[in-house]
Design a protein around this ligand. Structure first.
Ligand code: PRP
Ligand code: MG
Length: 170
């Protein structure tokens, strides 16, 4: 089955006018999850990734699976005040106002080759902030990968200099 068939369209969520792409049918089906994982990992073979970053919260699902598959460590980037140790943060614009993400200062060593995973690339604000966190700690972003890219929102324009892979493009 094509990966697209595991994504459910929800009209009007979280608010009117939005067509939400629901990944829970993919998560609930081990075959779909395996297929998606295989696709996400297929482009990473020669990148010598040292660590995988997953972005809270929907980036956690496949982030840890990818890290296991590559036999490397997983690092969570989290919303404010969730991480217990010393952190740095990056703030980015959302529709109304700003949002912030944090990472532990010892999560990345200088020169680490990093894969950043999130479920969706939309406007690109989130991924840009995460790239900034990685680079401030001395890591090198080898690829940003996503289950899906909403290409009509032009998110990739915000991270033009980074390699991007999306399993599905809308
Ligand atoms: C959603 C999605 C991505 C981000 C993409 O997360 O999971 O992380 O938005 O949007 P952008 O490209 O426009 O920045 P959200 O902040 O809704 O939180 P969640 O993952 O906890 O549901
Ligand atoms: Mg998210």
């Amino acid at each position: 089955m094509f990966l697209e068939n595991y994504i459910r369209d929800i009209q009007g969520f979280p608010k009117e006018g939005i067509l939400f792409k629901d990944i829970t049918p993919l998560l609930i089906d081990p075959k779909g999850t395996q297929e998606c994982l295989k696709t996400l990992v297929s482009t990473l073979k020669n990148l010598n990734i040292d660590k995988v970053i997953g972005v809270e919260s929907r980036g956690f699902f496949f982030g840890t699976l990818i890290a296991q598959e590559l036999n490397v460590g997983f690092v969570p980037v989290r919303k404010p005040k969730k991480l217990p140790y010393e952190t740095i943060f990056a703030t980015y614009d959302i529709e109304y106002g700003t949002d912030t993400l944090e990472i532990h200062i010892d999560a990345i060593k200088k020169g680490d080759r990093i894969l950043i995973h999130d479920d969706v690339l939309a406007t690109g604000g989130t991924i840009k902030a995460v790239c900034e966190l990685v680079e401030r700690l001395g890591g090198e972003v080898m690829q940003c990968n996503f289950i899906m890219e909403l290409s009509f929102l032009n998110g990739r324009e915000k991270i033009k200099d980074k390699p991007i892979f999306a399993a599905i493009t809308y």
